[in-house]
Design a protein around this ligand. Sequence first.
Ligand code: SAM
Length: 299
Amino acid sequence: MDSGPPGEVFSSKKETGGLDELPSLARVIAKHGLAAKKSLGQNFLLDLNLTEKIARQAGDLTQCDVLEVGPGPGGLTRALLARGARRVLAIEKDPRCLAALGEIAAVSDGRLEVVQGDALEIDARALLAPPIRVVANLPYNVGTELLVRWLDPGDWPPFWDSLTLMFQREVAERIVAQPGGKAYGRLAILSQWRTTPRIVMSLPPEAFTPAPKVHSAVVHFTRLETSRYPADAKRLFWIVAMAFNQRRKMLRAALKAAAPDIEDRLRAAGIAPTERAEQVSLEQFCALAQTFQPEPALR
Ligand code: SAM
């Protein structure tokens, strides 16, 4: 488990101000009637030491705007503010949480803005100023979809500098997976092509209220300014999706529909046509995508 950058302390009384005087999260939940709803993926972190540790993984926030999706009762929100975030924009779908978040905003020196709504529908970019870091204990039901949008925004570099995100442990392992195993697939390629993802914390179910069935992990993604290997994004994700859709088949069969001369293209990319998708490295997939320049026309 990694710790945050050395020598950084942003939790002195001066910076945290009235945040220190807020009631415990258990009391906040009781006061505002925030019984967790499964449909909203609500598993709350009530231990402020833990939320502080997660916020620390995002590095120095003092010069950054932070986007937080799903603040809930505000445990992580408090930690982000206590670490001196320049500004926090928190998007929460559950209107029941607004009063609790309002209490945090009241002692945040104007640094917290809460927007009620669905993070999948709100264009946060318009509400933030660079540099921007995304930090969130994501709702499990929309976590992967948000991640895919952040990693494939159309234009690169994206609006954010880094992502520090909580996932189910199994999803975190798919993000950092290397070739050769069951966890390796589209999410690994998408994540590793244009960022460096690292698992920086692991959390047992008991860390959350209520406890989920599965373990969780925090992944920190640092964006690369340009992709790790040259390729066109659409062609890369197209060929990777096709390859992993039939991951048990040899690539010459799984990719038959991609081109009549697929075996030649595979060989040109340094891939044996008899290999399966999970054996192919990111660099080889990029080389394969490059053999499709400038065709076929996509989208
Ligand atoms: N950040 C809090 C914490 O660490 O205790 C809560 C995390 S909880 C796993 C996920 C939060 O995301 C919940 O507060 C839930 O209401 C909210 N949420 C669920 N779906 C959402 C969506 N589509 N847009 C914004 N927030 C959402």
